[in-house]
Design a protein around this ligand. Structure first.
Ligand code: 13P
Ligand code: SF4
Length: 363
């Protein structure tokens, strides 16, 4: 019989901690826990593997375990289901752990965009659709059906280069900032990267703008990374001019232009971990990662600061708490699967094609 979540709501984190360790020990190799870097400490410490979206996708594809418990957000568990073997089971401890950026694009709106573009340019032969991994499975399937690809924040440039070697334009969704920051780094002028406003006819663009564009950027964004502003960097540098600035590419163009380094969560960790001792860092990404990195590096005299004066974490990543993690694990011990994420095979097939196009590219 399924153990009800209500029985877990009032447990303390400490109680959960001990029981999570015990449940993991009972499940052994049958269960693997994957944890994204934005997870809170109380959950993150139980992960068998941690990483950015790309690393965790590879972990999921290579996992041997029967159960893949994904401490992350919904699209990550979908990717785990798509890339794992049919008999493996992907689980998301709290089904409400979504991604507000992923929700900014949906299949109906993207199909409408594609159809409107088709009235102006030869989309099938000149446009490659690229979806950021932060998107629903049916959008990955859309890209697969049109021989496009998925990308993550750590391989966006590789995937854009691959796209431009095949066709002249890219439709990039849902994150405008990752697309713009990457395109600009590759030398594409800003006026050849137009923004498709999905609430307006023809994306609010003229025929000429669409014809001239190299990249058509969906007008989505991450509300967490939107918080960082160039003024935060300017003010901080006035006080500590020796600071190195590092940003996730979901931050705005203006912030990324002022950064010394730009990259995925895994890249941010690597750069700061490998930096000289006694250095100061201003970081534009999610708070849990920054706090953990600060704790880890302070012994080496490194100062790691969160960029915004207002503290802001990813509320959906935060939804996965020790209580939900314990609930799914103890149910597995009882032979019950709760919160399974299962992508219908017809969608998974096409989405796998787009994910394979990504995974085939060298990072
Ligand atoms: P990474 O792939 O860099 O970990 O990013 C995932 C994400 O959701 C960032 O907001
Ligand atoms: Fe989505 Fe932003 Fe949270 Fe990443 S930080 S999961 S992009 S809402």
């Amino acid at each position: 019989m399924t153990l009800p979540i209500q029985d877990y709501a009032l447990l303390t984190d400490e109680e959960c901690d001990l029981r999570i360790i015990a449940a993991k020990a009972k499940l052994g190799k049958r269960c693997v826990i994957l944890g994204h870097h934005y997870q809170r400490d109380e959950v993150f410490k139980h992960a068998d593997f941690s990483g950015d979206s790309l690393k965790l996708s590879r972990n999921a594809a290579e996992a041997e375990a029967e159960y893949i418990v994904f401490c992350g957000v919904h699209f990550m568990a979908e990717v785990a289901d798509i890339l794992s073997r049919p008999e493996q089971i992907a689980i998301l401890p709290d089904l409400a752990a979504g991604c507000s950026m992923a929700d900014m694009a949906n299949l109906t709106k993207v199909q409408q965009c594609w159809d409107e573009l088709a009235g102006i340019i030869d989309v099938e032969n000149t446009v490659t659709p690229i979806t950021y991994i932060n998107s629903a499975a049916d959008l990955k399937a859309f890209c697969g059906e049109h021989d496009g690809s998925v990308c993550t924040s750590s391989n966006a440039q590789k995937i854009l280069e691959w796209s431009f070697s095949r066709r002249e334009k890219v439709l990039f969704f849902p994150d405008q900032h990752l697309g713009r920051n990457t395109g600009y780094k590759m030398g594409i002028p800003l006026d050849q990267m137009v923004t498709w406003d999905f609430n307006q006819a023809q994306g609010g663009l003229t025929v000429e703008q669409i014809q001239r564009a190299k990249i058509i950027l969906w007008q989505g964004f991450c509300s967490v990374h939107q918080v960082f502003q160039p003024i935060h960097i300017d003010n901080f540098l006035l006080k500590y001019p020796e600071t190195k600035v590092i940003a996730h590419p979901e931050a705005s163009f203006e912030v990324c232009q002022k950064a010394d380094f730009i990259g995925s969560t895994e890249y941010i960790l690597k750069i700061i971990r490998e930096a000289e001792p006694n250095t100061r860092w201003l970081v534009a990404t999610e708070l849990n990662l920054v706090n953990r990195l600060h704790e880890e590096c302070k012994g080496q005299g490194k100062n790691v600061h969160f960029m915004s004066p207002t503290l802001c974490m990813c509320s959906t990543m935060f939804r996965t708490d020790p209580q939900h993690l314990l609930w799914v694990l103890e149910n597995l011990v009882e032979g019950q699967v709760v919160n399974r994420i299962q992508v219908p095979e017809v969608i998974a097939d096409h989405a796998r094609h787009a994910l394979d196009n990504m995974l085939m590219q060298v990072i």
